[in-house]
Design a protein around this ligand. Structure first.
Ligand code: DQA
Length: 148
């Protein structure tokens, strides 16, 4: 089983970016503990971050046939990107949306997710732990499909 982790704009700055909202853990730290959890679950992961919307669309398109599931933190594109939503709908790869902060508890414009309707579900507000929860959720979902 192969899971692709996609990260949107400004998540490369985790660790120093608004630590009151996003914590002090870096994206590299997150990748390390996600990989440790993946090893336990016996799944393979790939991790990617970009500040560019079209690159996220390309990665989603290229994931078809290569990855069984996607865990995505679209960051600011969550709230705006029809293109990412359409790409997720087009490839039909089961996807979990994750956020470090609880987007429903913040500014009004963050409470709407353009991308969540193209996902199985959303995990939001658990800090870096949202990434681990996202992995557990997608693996559990994919395993349940295997049993059907
Ligand atoms: C975020 C929430 C978004 O609203 C914001 O633009 C981000 C990070 C989160 O993980 O909490 O960049 O996706």
């Amino acid at each position: 089983m192969k899971i692709l982790f996609l990260n949107g704009p400004n998540l490369n700055l985790l660790g120093t970016r608004e630590p009151d909202k996003y914590g002090t853990v870096t994206l590299d730290n997150i990748e390390t503990f996600v990989n440790a959890e993946a090893k336990k679950l016996k799944v393979k992961t790939a991790f990617y971050q970009t500040n560019i919307e079209g690159e996220l669309v390309d990665k989603i398109q290229q994931a078809k046939g290569k990855y069984d599931g996607i865990v995505i933190n679209p960051a600011a594109y969550t709230h705006t990107s029809v293109a990412i939503r359409d790409a997720l709908l087009a490839v039909e790869i089961p996807t979990v949306e994750i956020h470090l902060s609880n987007i429903h508890k913040r500014e009004e414009f963050r409470t709407n997710s353009m991308t969540a309707p193209a996902c199985i579900g959303q995990i939001t507000g658990f800090g870096a732990f949202s990434y681990k929860l996202g992995l557990i959720a997608i693996v559990d979902y994919l395993k349940s499909l295997e049993q059907d």
